[in-house]
Design a protein. Structure first.
Length: 360
């Protein structure tokens, strides 16, 4: 039974050069889209009390608060429901943030990426570093006490020294959560079609990841997933739902969901979705083998790793016997406790290689 819902807001004023997500610069279609979105929710949501509701994009902060409020009212939420909205720093202003707080948004994920203005310009971001700081301060003034910032490493012209400066600035803001992502060049992005110069190589990017881990740990953050760090009790409940391999609704154009054992996604055509938001474009019922592989793949992303008793009972297997060769082969990259396996820092750096061995 799904206890989480993801809402895709596919509008952007401009496309960042590293981005391959489905988004459109069509502000005239926002209102029509939001009403089609509400129709999809009405026809598919079964009324479960949600633990988390997440507005992602695109740029959700382009949507007026009154329309976001109408969407939230479609769901059964409580004061304990984590309701997150992704916010671009250049969309931030005191009035809008107060409106967001008043309609029930209680967590912000701010797309900062870097505090270096030259690199922000290189990657096509519309904001500057001053706007990041302003957005955080305005969010605090509006009453937000659960704020996350994004940080990308491995960016064009970025050095380890520049990354350390980013980390100094982001930790000085007294926020609760930081998501860090190594830059990956996607084929469908502007960088994919016209690769940038001066990209840090894989070894430097690995060094950057180690610097991030050490610095954030010293600043009171704990890594609870490969890319995510939080102060105590501020882990993203919504993202943990994904990594725990639990079901969730996905609403909106190009949204993905996992309900009743079926993984599905919606059309990527904005016009097609607005005309008929009710039908999923694709749905696949997962086999037991696929469910097990997903459980392992997602479980190893978490710092807590794979719970042996849980996975044995859920899938009626002997995990250590079934995967004995892989566990032995990569023992120097794993942390073994009485009832779990997880990746150590060296293991995280080659996680794709390790996890691929569990999928046959």
């Amino acid at each position: 039974m799904p206890k989480s819902a993801y809402i895709h807001i596919p509008f952007c004023k401009s496309k960042c050069k590293y981005c391959s997500f489905v988004s459109f610069n069509k502000p005239d279609l926002i209102t029509g889209y939001m009403y089609s979105l509400m129709k999809e929710i009405s026809e598919n949501y079964k009324g479960e009390l949600l633990n988390t509701l997440y507005f992602g994009g695109g740029t959700p902060s382009l949507i007026p608060a009154d329309l976001l409020k109408k969407v939230i009212k479609k769901f059964n939420v409580s004061e304990n429901t984590e309701i997150t909205l992704e916010l671009n720093p250049d969309d931030s202003n005191a009035e809008y943030l107060s409106e967001l707080k008043n309609i029930g948004i209680n967590r912000l994920s701010i797309g900062s990426q870097t505090f270096n203005d030259n690199i922000l310009n290189l990657i096509g971001r519309r904001h500057n570093s001053e706007q990041i700081i302003k957005a955080v301060n305005e969010a605090k003034s509006a009453g937000f006490t659960n704020i996350s910032l994004d940080l990308i490493y491995g960016l064009p012209s970025q050095t380890t020294a520049l990354l350390k400066t980013d980390l100094e600035k982001i930790t000085s803001l007294n926020i609760q959560h930081i998501s860090t992502y190594g830059l990956k060049i996607e084929e469908q992005s502007a960088f994919g079609m016209n690769p940038p110069e001066n990209l840090p190589d894989d070894d430097i990017q690995a060094d950057m990841y180690e610097i991030i881990n050490k610095t954030l740990e010293n600043e009171g953050f704990s890594r609870y997933e490969i890319s995510n760090f939080s102060k105590p009790d501020y882990e993203s409940k919504h993202n943990l739902n994904y990594w725990n391999n639990d079901e969730y609704y996905g609403f909106g154009v190009a949204a993905h969901g996992y309900v009743d054992g079926i993984r599905y996604y919606n059309t990527s055509s904005l016009e097609k979705y607005i005309q008929n938001p009710s039908n999923h474009e694709y749905g696949k019922f997962l086999t037991d083998k696929e469910k097990l592989e997903e459980e392992i793949f997602l479980g190893f992303r978490k710092t807590s790793g794979i719970n042996i008793d849980y996975i044995n009972n859920k899938f009626n297997i002997d995990f250590e016997k079934k995967y004995a060769k892989i566990l032995s082969k990569y023992k120097d990259f794993l942390i073994k406790t009485k009832n779990s396996y997880s990746l150590n820092l060296r293991g995280v750096l080659i996680s794709n290689l390790i996890l691929a061995e569990f999928i046959d």
